[in-house]
Design a protein around this ligand. Sequence first.
Ligand SMILES: N[C@@H](CCC(=O)N[C@@H](CS)C(=O)NCC(=O)O)C(=O)O
Length: 238
Amino acid sequence: MAITLYQFELSPYADKVRRVMRLKGVAFDTVEIPVSAPNRFKHISPTGKFPAIVADGATIVDSTDICRWLEARFPQARVAPESPRDAALATILEDWADEALYFYDLTMRNWPQNRAWFIDDLLHHQKPGFTRTLLAAVIPGALGKATRAQGLGRKSEATVVADLAAQYDALALLVADGGWLAGPRLSTADIAVRAMVNVIERAKEGRALLEARPALADWAKRVDAAAPPEGLSVTVPR
Ligand SMILES: N[C@@H](CCC(=O)N[C@@H](CS)C(=O)NCC(=O)O)C(=O)O
């Protein structure tokens, strides 16, 4: 089956989908959505959000729905927990990663000290020139508006870091025994949370929070070993 992933490469949602496909040994091609003209791909994703996959004529939009579809279509290397309780927890944790942790990424990486790297990531595939310069100038304002509307963008940097520290403490506790977030094996909960923690590491404050929690840092390494972040052409410098 030919599968094409339409993605922004640096998006944690695309990372999540790629990890699941690699784990399952599913072959796929990628199409990079140009940040300057995502509307050219409205026929693939009418919401304008990516990732989306096209597989044998079917189009699936939203990383969570894509992972569900992959799990049903390719049952090898299961990423949905077996027990209904673990599956329920994984559903909630995946959505928490996608809808809550994501805003820590947007907020923290848009802080002045992290912004240059953030813009480089977002415009990784954009050729130098007028359009790139224009995007680099308008993106911080647009993202700031989004994070202020959500709420985190109105908090002080110290408060955001303290809020995230509490979330990381909770995660670290869940994996302190060397296990996984939802049940006895790796699941979509681990992959979705790891994809977000991975981009949050690209803010120096986020990296410090992870490094200060050995159990969480160890879990991150274990997720990466099982479901590697391949297809990401940039890494976090150590
Ligand atoms: N819930 C969606 C979120 C996807 C999402 O927000 N993707 C961002 C890139 S990280 C996007 O497409 N942004 C373009 C836009 O909002 O117009 C998923 O899980 O796939």
